[in-house]
Design a protein around this ligand. Structure first.
Ligand SMILES: C[C@@](CO)(OP(=O)(O)O)[C@H](O)COP(=O)(O)OP(=O)(O)OC[C@H]1O[C@@H](n2ccc(N)nc2=O)[C@H](O)[C@@H]1O
Ligand SMILES: Nc1ncnc2c1ncn2[C@@H]1O[C@H](COP(=O)(O)OP(=O)(O)O)[C@@H](O)[C@H]1O
Length: 312
C-alpha cells in the first residue's frame, strides 16, 4: 500500500452545467437515448477536498445554501463511485476521505453529482499520484455517468452519443443566467420515460426514427457570444415531459419571460429553469423580480473552466 500522509489535502473544483440545446433521439437497447446537446459550464461549483484514508467516505456542506439533506453518503454516491473506480483501474491500494462543498442544486438538471464525480476523479488522481491522462479520466468519467466527461472538460461543448462524446464548441464572451431553483427534484430516468411514453402515445407513426442534431443556429450564437441570438434557438426536448410531471414550472417560465429574460429553458431533466439575461444588469433586475415573487434564484455566468486543481 502507498504510504499514508494524513496532512495532505488536494482541492479540486468542477462546475455545474446548463444544456442550452438538447435534442433526444430514440431509446437504445442499452436503456440510454441518443442525444445531441450543447452544454455550457456555469459558475456554480462543487469543491472537493481529498485526504488520504484507509477506506472511502464522503461528507457534504454547502456554503451557497443548497439543500444537501437528500444526498446519499453511502456507496451510491457518485464521488465514492469515482474514487473507487480510479483505485480499481490503477491498482491503488488505499482509500480517501472526500469533503464536498456543494453549490449546484441537487437533482436539479444541472449535473451536480456529475461535477462531484469529475472533481473527485481529479482530486484522487492528484492525491494518489496515479497520473492518468486527460483522455483516460474522460473515459473513466463516461463509465460513471453521461454528464461526467463534460464536467471534466467544461467550457462549451457539443455532446453526442449518450451525451458523453464531446467536441469543444467555439464560444466567446460571457452569458448571464438567472436560475430559478425548485424545492423538489426530478428524477432523470423518470423524465426520459415520460418523453418515451408521450412519443409512443402521440408520435409513433409520424417520426419513428429520430436523429438528433444540434441546430446550427445554436453554434453560431455561441460563437458570436450573442445572447439575443441564443435566446431564439434555446431548446430542450425534456422540457415538455418535465412540465408534464411538474405543471407548476410553466408559471415559472412565464414569470421570467415577463420580467426581462430573453428566454427561459428547463435545464436538462429539470426542475431548474435557466433564464438567459441580456447582460449583467438585466440579470440583476430579473433576480430581484423573481425574488419578489418568492422564487429561490441564483445568478451564474458561463462558460467557465472544467474540473481543475485549486491551489489554496
Ligand atoms: C438529462 C441530462 C442532460 O444533460 O442531464 P441531467 O438532467 O441529469 O443533469 C443527462 O442526459 C443525464 O446525464 P446523467 O445524469 O449523467 O445520466 P446517467 O447517470 O448516465 O443516466 C441516468 C439515466 O438517465 C437516462 N439517460 C441518460 C442519458 C441518456 N443519453 N439517455 C438516457 O436515457 C437513463 O435512464 C439512465 O439510466
Ligand atoms: N454526489 C452526489 N451529489 C448529488 N446527488 C447524488 C450524488 N451522488 C448520487 N446522487 C444521486 O443522484 C441524484 C441526481 O443527482 P444530481 O446530479 O444532483 O442531479 P441531476 O442528475 O438532475 O443533474 C440525486 O437525487 C442523488 O440521489
Amino acid at each position: 500500500m502507498t504510504s499514508v500522509v494524513p496532512s495532505t489535502v488536494v482541492h479540486t473544483r468542477a462546475p455545474g452545467k446548463i444544456n442550452v440545446f438538447l435534442a433526444v433521439g430514440d431509446l437504445q437497447d442499452d436503456g440510454y437515448h441518443e442525444l445531441a446537446t450543447a452544454y455550457q459550464a456555469v459558475s456554480l461549483y462543487e469543491d472537493v477536498r481529498a485526504r488520504h484514508a484507509d477506506d472511502f467516505s464522503v461528507a457534504f456542506t454547502s456554503t451557497g445554501g443548497v439543500d444537501i439533506a437528500g444526498v446519499p453518503t453511502d456507496e451510491s454516491n457518485l464521488a465514492i463511485k469515482a474514487a473507487r473506480l480510479l483505485a480499481k483501474t490503477t491498482g491503488y491500494g488505499g482509500g480517501v476521505r472526500l469533503d464536498i462543498d456543494k453549490n449546484v442544486p441537487v437533482a436539479g438538471g444541472m449535473g451536480g453529482g456529475s461535477a462531484d464525480a469529475a472533481a473527485s476523479l481529479l482530486a484522487c488522481d492528484t492525491l494518489w499520484g496515479t497520473g492518468l491522462s486527460r483522455d483516460e479520466l474522460l473515459r473513466l468519467g463516461a463509465q460513471l455517468g453521461a454528464d461526467v466527461p463534460f464536467a471534466l472538460m467544461g467550457g462549451t461543448a457539443v455532446g453526442t452519443g449518450r451525451g458523453d462524446e464531446l467536441s469543444p464548441a467555439l464560444a466567446q464572451g460571457q452569458f448571464q443566467w438567472v436560475l430559478a431553483l425548485a424545492d423538489f427534484g426530478l428524477s432523470t430516468p423518470a423524465v426520459y420515460r415520460e418523453l418515451d411514453e408521450h412519443r409512443v402515445r402521440h408520435l409513433a407513426d409520424i417520426n419513428p426514427v429520430r436523429q438528433p442534431r444540434v441546430d446550427s443556429g445554436v453554434l453560431q450564437a455561441l460563437r458570436a457570444g450573442d445572447p439575443g441570438l441564443l435566446a431564439d434557438v434555446m431548446y430542450n426536448d425534456l422540457q415538455a415531459p418535465a412540465l408534464h410531471l411538474e405543471p407548476g414550472l410553466s408559471a415559472v417560465l412565464e414569470l421570467g419571460e415577463q420580467n426581462g429574460a430573453l428566454a427561459g429553458v428547463v435545464s436538462g431533466s429539470g426542475p431548474t429553469v435557466a433564464f438567459l439575461a441580456p447582460d449583467l444588469d438585466g440579470a440583476l433586475e430579473l433576480q430581484i423580480a423573481l425574488n419578489a415573487a418568492k422564487l429561490a434564484v441564483v445568478r451564474a455566468s458561463g462558460p467557465v473552466h472544467g474540473a481543475r486543481v485549486i491551489t489554496d
